[in-house]
Design a protein around this ligand. Sequence first.
Ligand SMILES: [Zn+2]
Length: 60
Amino acid sequence: MVPKRKHCSARSKKRRGGHLKSNPMTTIACPKCGEPMLPHRICPNCGNYKGKEIISVSEQ
Ligand SMILES: [Zn+2]
């Protein structure tokens, strides 16, 4: 006898645990200020995204 059906992809992924999923805490360095920030997000330190200041960060 052979298995009648293959496992579905969800079952295979569940068995493999977490080593296949990408790291959720990936950060890039801000090109403006060099601070680590989430990719495709406005920089929380200087408020810049794609070379433009989107939000004004109060400087003290
Ligand atoms: Zn920045």
